[in-house]
Structure formats: C-alpha cells, structure tokens
Design a protein around this ligand. Structure first.
Ligand SMILES: Nc1ncnc2c1ncn2[C@@H]1O[C@H](COP(=O)(O)OP(=O)(O)OP(=O)(O)O)[C@@H](O)[C@H]1O
Length: 392
C-alpha cells in the first residue's frame, strides 16, 4: 500500500467518528462523504449535506476538520461542502429504512417504550415533567424521542432550548436533536467509555407554525398531525418515546390511543385534593382506550422555604388520594411515582431552556424529577422479567 493509500484510509477511519447531529449516524455511513483524499499533508474532504441551508453546516464542517487533524501526517484540512441530489436523498431514506407510510411505534416488534404524559387540568406541570423525564432518561444513556402534541400550549421546544427547525427531506422530517449538556456528557463518558451518550429528538407542532400564532384545528386535523409526526418524522431506533398531550380528555387523547395503543399514561396532578376529580377522569379514560396508567406524578407539592420550613401552596395528599381512587377504578396498582415541590429552579431552568435535572440536579425539584424518572425506568426493568436490549 502506498503512503497515499494508507493516509487516505486513515482519514476515512477518522471520518467514521464524525456523527451527523440529526441522523445520529457516522457521516461515512449515510453517504455524506463524497470523497476524502490526502496529498502533501493536506486532506481534502468533500461533504454532502442533506439540504441546502442545513443549519448544522458549521458543526459538521468543524467536526470533519477536527477528526481529520487527529491523523498523523495531516496538517491542513480543506472541507468542501456540497448538497445531496434528489437521487442521493432517496438513497439515504432507503438506507435509513424510513417509510412514511408506517408508524414504527405501533408495530408489535417495536422495542420503544411509549409514555403519554397527561393531566386533567392545564398548567399543572405536564410539559415540565415531560422535558425533565426526557433529560433524565437521556442522561441515563437512552435514546429518547419527544412528541409535543400539546397543540394549543406547545412549550417543549422552549423548555429544551431548541431554536433549530426540523430538516425536511421531501416527505421525511429530521427532528432537531438535543445532546447532553457538557457536564452530563462528561459524567456519562467517565462511567461508560465505550457507549454512546443518550440524546433527545424532538418534534413539536410549534415548529410548524409561524411565530406565536394560535392553532385552530379541529379533531381530524389534529389526528392527521399526530399521525404525521409518528410516520413522517425519522426518529430512528428509540428506547423511549414521550408524548406531551394537551390537558383533558379531548380529541388528541383519543387519537393517541388509536395510533399508539401500547402507550402507557403518566398522569400529572397537583397535590390539591379538589383537583383529584379532574385528574381521575383523565386516568379513567384509559378504561375506554384500554391503555395502562403507569403512575402518577404529583407536581407543585410543598415548597421548601429559605429557613427550611415548607409551604403547601396547593395543599397536600392529592397524589395519594388519586393513586387509591385509580386503583379502585382500574383494578390494578397505580403508583405515586414521586412528589415534585414548587421550586424556583424548575421554573427558571424551563425559562432558560435547560430542564432542572440538568441545570440544578441537586435542587429540591431537580432531585425529585430525577427520582420520578428513576421510578419509571425501574418499572421498565421489571417488565415481564425479560431481557430488554437496553443498557440501564
Ligand atoms: N414544580 C414547579 N415549581 C415551580 N414552577 C413550576 C413547577 N412545575 C411547573 N411550574 C411552572 O408552571 C408553569 C406551567 O407548567 P407547564 O407548562 O409545565 O404546565 P402544563 O401542565 O404543561 O401546562 P399546559 O396546560 O399549558 O400544557 C410553567 O411556568 C412552569 O415553569
């Protein structure tokens, strides 16, 4: 083998380590490296991006440059950016095994655990719980998808700090990906040197409307939108899919049950005993849809004051009462998965686009949200006692 050939090969191996941020696959595997050669210490890499104006152009360019410079004998890198032709994009879709006519999560072979986060009333912290569960699960090394189907109150992109739009490849949609923040990534790599860290792929109705416009859709359109999210969006292999649904027992809850019959419900409620009736209705809808309620998340429970005392702004005991009532109504245990206190750090983390389990993991709300996520993951481990192909 000549020096040229061995350097070219070494360059290609280095490029194997560059992961496309949206597809979460090595760029060498998905046809994004058109050519890569080395001559007199200069690497020339022709990269094909999926679409023109790809928002991740700079990241990919930078990653290619850094990877090439790890090769002994390469001193300079010339990255040439081009774009895939329609034929190349079709090839890519085939390679990804994406068919926009199938909802992969409804297939009996699907290994993805699906949870719909629901509530009786609005404003009880359903979206905050969804974002924090997703973040905690990604920190545990899981590949997590989030579908923000809260049509009238979509807030997941903001809670997860997403500003980048999805990428459209004809009818296939590549959702934005939230990687682990630096501190969590380092902690993961220290404990699991040979395993990829988790991430969150997110799709939201809010990504498809201009500015802050309201959505005035009737049931069939909502159904179609949810269906499209499950079929047209390329999530790849996920460990967990979380859905943030609108509050109550409306059209979307029914559509979700039709499209994802295997989804389990996580019911969010405040500790206010008077709110339990409404939450109970959201839980007992599962009798008609034949879905399982996996547990209750009590949110906005007693706030810890600076002097260490607690203040029960929304009362107490609602989660326990709801757990008992649902056990009686549904005929199986519906555990209270945890109580998350009212906490400024949860609100400020959400406002800053960093869920509190990441921004302030030791805060009262951060540790309580983490504990809820741990309980959900434990339930998953218990599943039928069979080995799941997951590493947690
Ligand atoms: N434990 C908490 N401590 C402090 N603030 C909280 C807590 N939980 C939620 N909040 C705040 O309450 C508001 C409502 O929360 P969130 O948007 O998560 O509720 P929701 O149930 O999803 O609402 P919607 O009905 O609009 O979907 C947000 O401003 C959020 O930051």
């Amino acid at each position: 083998m000549s020096d040229h050939e061995s350097l070219d090969t070494a360059l290609m191996r280095a490029l194997d380590t560059v992961i496309d941020p949206e597809l979460r696959k090595p760029i060498t595997e998905v046809g994004m490296v058109d050519s890569a050669t080395v001559s007199e210490g200069v690497a020339t890499v022709a990269v094909l991006l999926t679409i023109e104006g790809c928002p991740l152009k700079n990241t990919i360019e930078q990653d290619v440059r850094e990877a090439a410079l790890t090769v002994d004998g390469i001193e300079q890198v010339d990255v040439r950016i081009g774009y895939m032709s329609p034929e190349q994009r079709s090839e890519l879709k085939k390679l990804l095994g994406h068919s926009s006519r199938a909802n992969p999560f409804a297939s009996p072979d699907s290994l993805t655990k699906v949870y719909a986060v629901v509530s009786g009333k609005g404003g009880v912290g359903k979206s905050s719980a969804t974002a924090n569960l997703a973040a905690a699960m990604a920190s545990a090394g899981l590949k997590v998808g989030v579908v923000d189907a809260d049509v009238h109150g979509f807030s997941i992109p903001g809670l997860l700090g997403i500003t980048q739009p999805p990428t459209k490849l004809e009818e296939m949609i590549l959702p934005p990906v939230v990687p682990l923040p630096e501190a969590q990534r380092q902690a993961w790599e220290k404990g699991h040197p040979h395993q990829d860290p988790g991430f969150i792929k997110v799709i939201s109705i809010g990504m498809f409307v201009e500015g802050n416009q309201p959505i005035a859709w009737r049931g069939p359109m909502l159904h179609r939108a949810l269906e499209q999210f499950l079929t047209d969006v390329y999530f790849g292999d996920l460990d967990v899919l979380l859905l943030d649904l609108p509050p109550g027992t409306g059209d979307i809850a029914i559509s979700m049950a039709q499209l994802l019959p295997g989804a389990q419900l996580l019911l969010v409620s405040t500790p206010q005993v008077a709110a339990v009736d409404v939450a109970e209705r959201a839980g007992t809808l599962s009798l008609q849809t034949e879905q399982k309620v996996a547990g209750i998340i009590e949110n906005m429970s007693a706030m810890v004051m600076p002097d260490g005392s607690t203040m029960e702004v929304f009362g107490s005991g609602g989660g326990e009462v709801l757990s008992q009532r649902l056990r009686d109504a549904l005929g199986y245990e519906v555990p209270l998965l945890g109580s998350v206190p009212l906490d400024v750090s949860l609100r400020s983390g959400g406002d800053a686009g960093v869920p509190v389990v990441w921004s302030a993991p030791d805060s009262p709300a951060g540790s309580a949200m983490q504990a809820v996520a741990d309980r959900v993951l434990e339930q998953k481990r218990d599943l039928a006692g069979k080995a799941l192909p997951l590493n947690f």
